[in-house]
Write a protein of this length. Structure first.
Length: 207
């Protein structure tokens, strides 16, 4: 299947951004002018915006491209409006304690499902199984090696609206990842979508 150039650019920025026009041209096999024109169309459509990056040495600051909120909405979000309304209703009816009980129940159910799916003998195998489970849930997850460590990278958050309304969901996920990694590894969140990061990145360090 051949995807329109604009969609290819949006996907590349989603999975690799912030990214420069020159990088888009090189990675997507476009001319510099074609990449510039496509980016400007996406800017005009409100799907992409520039972000200044510090200059390397004495050079001028570089402008990279990131997705706007509208651009991110081009990727799946799990019934965002209904989810936030339900969270607000639970908070009003049962208070924070009731919401904490809901998160705990979700965590318990996820723990059983993740443990069954991520039963590899090695840390690498469990992490790759975890990335597959998360991708199936819409997180666009992958595992990368970084020196002696592993990185679990999630380019999308299908429950972003729920996590914004209640960050207990994020705390719950971090605990689940630690349990999958096991006692011989330490999991730490290095980038967080809700803290302004382009994605969520978890570093797994073997201890």
């Amino acid at each position: 299947m051949v995807f329109p150039t604009a969609d290819r650019i949006l996907f590349f920025i989603k999975t690799h951004g912030p990214v420069s026009t020159a990088t888009l041209a090189r990675k997507l096999d476009l001319t510099s002018e074609a990449a510039r024109q496509q980016v400007q169309k996406l800017v005009a459509a409100g799907l992409v915006e520039g972000r200044q990056q510090p200059a390397a040495g004495a050079g001028r600051p570089r402008q990279d491209w990131v997705l706007t909120e509208a651009g991110n909405r081009r990727f799946p979000d799990t019934h965002a409006q209904l989810t936030t309304q339900l969270i607000d209703s639970i908070r009003q009816l049962f208070g924070e304690e009731g919401l904490d009980r809901l998160i705990a129940k979700r965590e318990a159910e996820a723990r059983v499902a993740y443990a069954a799916a991520c039963d590899g003998e090695s840390l690498e195998e469990r992490l790759r199984q975890l990335a597959q489970v998360r991708s199936n849930e819409g997180y666009m997850a992958r595992v990368e090696r970084d020196g002696a460590d592993w990185l679990l990278v999630e380019d999308h958050c299908p429950i972003c609206a729920a996590a914004q309304a209640c960050q207990g969901f994020c705390r719950s996920e971090l605990q689940l990842f630690q349990e999958i990694a096991g006692q011989d590894a330490q999991v730490a969140r290095e980038q967080h979508l809700l803290a302004g990061g382009g994605r969520c990145v978890y570093r797994i360090h073997k201890v």
